[in-house]
Every structure is written in structure tokens, then in C-alpha cells.
Design a protein around this ligand. Structure first.
Ligand code: AHR
Length: 311
């Protein structure tokens, strides 16, 4: 894993700066880069000493980063878990050393709820539901008639946003579109542009009649758009596209008519995270889940919203 010893805290003079060990998933998407920048800037602003490590989407790298933060005796550990399972052992080690753990962005599945204090992040199941609801509007607007044949580009296998976005979307399908919508093909694109491009190319070979793409993030949608165009089809017209995140490049694609709607997932979690970290360090109570506020955007809002996008 790439480590930087983040001398972002003031560190100099006065009382000892709070030391935060942060293990990031990787740098797989525009969302992730914005999240990393937000965390680094907010730690600096708060005057913390940030120890930052990029796990390059590998759980073993995250586990060894967390272990190294435990050995170093940081004040608080925060991390965005690449997948939901497999954390109990290392979290128990942190607990044994009385180092509180704050989850950010993604959740974990654990047999012992006391192994982390709180989660600062989005409700991904709700994002999946919102994607389903906004797809209804997109279909109505496009006047698409007949069977809706959906290709789904899933996020990283085993990651909370991949599991929960698929679940929320399916809830809407099962409740209101049992007969008229069908997911005809679904596979992971690992939240990357390259993954989205490659998997969409394969989808178009195996299922040339898909008329909707639901991508679990903008980057995969942008990669998929390249394959759709290479196949001689028009993204946003021949294949309606709904994605999640709301990064600038997603808004650019939407303003060009290539993405039909975006469900926002806000990566700017840094300031909230630093506030929570301070409270946790001071032993103050915090909510179990601090949810992020987000909006939905249709294509006709893209051009006006683009200049105001912060990530
Ligand atoms: O966990 C949040 C997800 O991870 C974002 O939607 C995606 O872009 C990122 O890689």
C-alpha cells in the first residue's frame, strides 16, 4: 500500500495534535479522489496529524495499515472498508489497545457492534431506491415503451455500496415493475472506468437488446459510454443511463445528453469526520450512523448545476 506519513497536522508547538490513522480504499474513482482530498484538507484544517494510507482496493493492505496504526498508538483510527466482511480480528486488536475506530463511507458486517463507534457515510440502499425511482422518470421522459431490459454495472464485489445499491434498486423493481423491468445482465466493473468499459463491451455482445444501463457509479457509466459509442449506439438515447455519485465528469456526460440521471453520493465527508473524531477522542457520545445529505439530478438540470459542483 502507498503510505504517506501525512504531516498534514500543525504538529508544531502548543498541545499535542490529535493523531488520526486513516486507511483509504484506493483511488478507483473520481468520487474516491474527492473523498481523499476532503479528508486530507479537513485534517489539516483541524490541526490533526494525519497518517494516511491508500490500500489500492486490497483488504489485506487495509488490515496491515490498521495494524500499523495500532502499533504506532494513534489516537483514533478511521477507515473506509473495501468490503463488508473480514474485519473482526483486526478491530478486536484495536479494541484491546483502546483505540476507537470510526468507519467512514462504507460499513462492515461484524458479530460485535462494539468494535466500531460510528459510521459517517451515505445510505446506499436508499441510493439504490432513488436510482429505481429516477429511472421511472427517465423512462417516462424518453417515452420508452415495452420491456425495459436493464444492464447493471455493479461496484466492487462484497463492498457495501455494491450490495446495498443493488438491493435498493431491486426493491423498487419488485414492488412496482415485476412485469415491465428485467435485469438481463449484471456484473462487477469494480467502480472503475476501465471496468465499466470492458464489462459494457461484453454486455453489448451477449445482450445487444439492452435499453437501460444502471451503473453503481459515474466512472463505470463513463467507461460504458465509450463501449456504447464504439458499438454504434447513442448513450442516453438508445441506452438510457442512470448512475450514482455526481462527480464533475458525470455531470459533463449528463450535460452532453449521455447520462440521463444521476443520484448524488457526497464524498466530501472530511469536515464531518474530523468533528466526530474529536468527539470520540474526548469520549463524547456520537450517533451510531451519521448520514450524508444528497440530491438527485435529471439531465435537464445538468448544465445549470455543473458550475456549482464541488467535486
Ligand atoms: O463507497 C462509495 C463508492 O465508492 C462510490 O460510489 C464509488 O465511486 C467509489 O469508488
Amino acid at each position: 500500500a502507498k503510505e504517506d506519513d501525512g504531516s498534514s497536522g500543525s504538529g508544531s508547538g502548543g498541545s499535542k495534535a490529535l493523531v488520526l490513522g486513516f486507511s483509504q480504499v484506493g483511488s478507483e474513482s473520481g468520487w474516491r479522489s474527492a473523498n481523499t482530498d476532503s479528508v486530507k484538507a479537513a485534517a489539516k484544517e483541524a490541526g490533526y496529524t494525519l497518517k494516511f494510507s491508500d490500500a489500492q482496493q486490497k483488504q489485506e493492505n487495509q488490515i496491515s495499515a490498521i495494524r500499523s496504526y495500532i502499533t504506532q498508538g494513534v489516537d483514533v483510527i478511521a477507515f473506509s472498508p473495501v468490503v463488508v466482511t473480514g474485519w473482526d480480528a483486526v478491530l478486536k486488536e484495536a479494541k484491546a489497545k483502546k483505540i476507537p475506530v470510526v468507519l467512514t463511507d462504507r460499513s462492515v458486517e461484524t458479530s460485535d457492534e462494539s468494535l466500531y463507534v460510528t459510521l459517517v457515510g451515505s445510505d446506499f440502499t436508499e441510493e439504490g431506491r432513488r436510482a429505481g425511482k429516477i429511472l421511472e422518470k427517465v423512462i417516462a421522459k424518453a417515452g420508452l415503451k415495452g420491456q425495459v431490459k436493464i444492464a447493471q454495472l455493479e461496484g466492487t464485489t462484497g463492498a457495501a455500496p455494491a450490495i446495498e445499491r443493488a438491493k435498493g434498486f431491486k426493491e423498487v423493481m419488485d414492488a412496482d415493475h415485476k412485469d415491465d423491468w428485467k435485469i438481463v445482465v449484471s456484473q462487477t466493473g469494480d467502480f472503475t472506468r476501465a471496468g465499466g468499459k470492458q464489462v459494457m463491451a461484453a454486455f453489448l455482445q451477449s445482450n445487444p437488446d439492452v435499453n437501460v444501463l444502471f451503473a453503481h457509479n459515474d466512472d463505470m457509466a463513463i467507461g460504458a459510454i465509450q463501449s456504447i459509442e464504439a458499438a454504434g449506439k447513442k448513450p442516453g438515447k438508445d441506452i438510457l443511463i442512470v448512475s450514482i455519485d455526481g462527480v464533475k465528469d458525470g455531470f459533463v456526460a449528463m450535460s452532453e445528453g449521455k447520462i440521463n440521471a444521476i443520484v448524488e453520493c457526497n464524498p466530501l465527508l472530511g469536515p464531518q469526520l474530523m468533528e466526530v473524531v474529536q468527539k470520540v477522542k474526548d469520549g463524547k457520545p456520537v450517533e451510531r450512523w451519521i448520514k450524508t445529505k444528497e440530491g438527485d439530478f435529471m439531465q435537464d438540470q445538468a448544465a445549470a448545476a455543473l458550475p456549482t459542483r464541488k467535486y
